[in-house]
Write a new protein. Sequence first.
Length: 287
Amino acid sequence: MTSNPTHVGVIGGGRMGAGVAQVFAGLGASVTLAESADRDAARARIDEGLARAHERDKLGGADPALIGDRIVVVDAVEALPGGLDLVVEAVPEDAACKLAVLSAAEKMVDDTTVLASNTSSLSIGELGAALNDPSRFIGMHFFNPVPASALVEIVRAPATAAGTVESVRDWVAALGKSAVVVNDAPGFATSRLGVCLGLEAIRMLAEGVASAADIDRAMELGYRHPMGPLRSTDLVGLDVRLAIADHLADTLGDRFAAPELLRDKVARGELGRKTGRGFYDWEDDRR
């Protein structure tokens, strides 16, 4: 394996998958993105992401069209080609869905291909147990928005080979991002801490302690957080944060029980920036 992967597969063309495809294509890799629901929407997300990066001068002078040309969008995991160095699964945070696409991908790729999940909370060990060779399976938890984020959380399960960890470390470094390596545990390091803070901020809002803006400003200015917990929840998606909270409550106990305010907002479809409203109004900034 080389420090720079030359051909990468991505499964799932949502915001995260499109972002993962963009950064590897920006590195110079050929990328095959499998999206079964809406290939046109996946391609539009990639094009929009590249256009934004170009506007902000984040492509190092590269032509966004040339980067986009390195990405081929196909309609099924079964269309992934041979010769892939890495496949990153970025489908919704549902264990059954992830198991299905990972199992299908393993049948399609070479026996040297690293398989990775972008899960933010599900057990890498449990997902890997369904594979024939869990030694090449690992967690690569990217953050939203992928092109602008500086971190990738690498999650190592007991069966993950040391060589797999080292290859993924090299690839993360090649992307210009920093890696933290954590052992497989509920919520890993980032989701566990991030959800804990976010849930308490939601409880404080529900109790009338302060406004959403003031709670966020307190953490941004008082603790130097780049973004407050409620705005961050809007960016992640309230539905995503609720799913992670429910998983952590099941595995770690009631301290991760989701507040009713969060459940109510999700039930009303107020999911954050992607729907135009969460704890803030995003109608002028929907992407």
